[in-house]
Design a binder for this molecule. Structure first.
Ligand code: BEZ
Length: 250
């Protein structure tokens, strides 16, 4: 969660991330609610929530994403915060989160859920989408093969739970699941090097401490081996699987 972003590159080439999140907003029930956008990134969806009439606060741990969000939407409130350790003086009707929660290690998920629960009013909604079980499985399996072929260890940097695993955690925290869906969403990537660029942007932790040329070689070899499965009709697709849920604080 702590790795910082190149916010401009992210906004220019990976805008599909918030674009898909617009569907998730539709799970929020009610109007003119006080909403926390947890892991708001560059604020695209914080603005979409505000445009629907909600009173919004965006929270993120990345300085570069927050700086871009504040520059782009100076009329909105953005605060810096860690998703596993935060609190607010005034509670929210909704905590919303898109494409963020899989960055939190499994053993820190209960901390995050407790923060969410504590900052929600009674009856408040936790509405989110994240990478779900088997998300990007082909990509991570191939990267693991490439690492191991070079005597390197590939440590999976994400947490992609099943509906059952995540429902148990939520309910154990006192957040009761009212909607849950796990579904594949093959996602088109930009450009001829789309998959390599995607890996460079999103899969960074396993590559830490490895020589830059070797990193490029691994990504190139992985993409070549995945071409048969993830490149069709002149386009790269990432094998995304989404976990979309709504839970309520009782
Ligand atoms: C996701 O949104 O599922 C995701 C994005 C980047 C890396 C891993 C997962």
């Amino acid at each position: 969660m702590s790795a910082d972003w190149n916010a401009e590159t992210y906004a220019a080439h990976f805008s599909f991330v918030p674009d898909y999140g617009r569907e998730v907003i539709k799970l929020i029930k009610g109007e003119k609610l006080r909403v926390l956008d947890l892991g708001c990134g560059n604020g695209t969806l914080t603005k979409a929530l505000a445009d629907l009439g909600h009173e919004v606060t965006g929270m993120d741990s990345s300085d570069s994403q927050l700086a871009l969000a504040r520059r782009t939407y100076p009329q909105l409130e953005f605060v810096k915060g860690d998703a596993t350790d935060f609190n607010f003086d005034e509670q929210f009707d909704v905590v919303f989160s898109n494409a963020v929660l899989h960055w939190i290690d499994g053993d820190r998920q209960p901390d995050m859920m407790l923060c969410v629960k504590n900052c929600l009013k009674k009856g408040g909604q936790f509405v989110f989408e994240m990478g779900g079980y088997s998300n990007n499985e082909l990509i991570h399996e191939e990267l693991q093969r490439q690492f191991e072929a070079r005597g390197l260890k590939y440590v999976m940097p994400f947490y992609f739970p099943t509906v059952g695993q995540y429902s148990s955690l939520l309910e154990g925290t006192g957040l009761f699941v009212t909607h849950a869906r796990l579904f594949p969403r093959p996602t088109p990537l930009e450009g001829d090097n789309g998959l390599e660029e995607w890996m460079k942007m999103f899969v960074r932790k396993p590559f830490e401490g490895i020589d830059a040329d070797l990193c490029d070689e691994i990504r190139r070899a992985a993409a070549e081996n995945l071409r048969g499965k993830l490149y069709t009709g002149g386009k790269w697709y990432a094998d995304y699987v989404r976990l979309r849920m709504r839970a309520v604080k009782c």
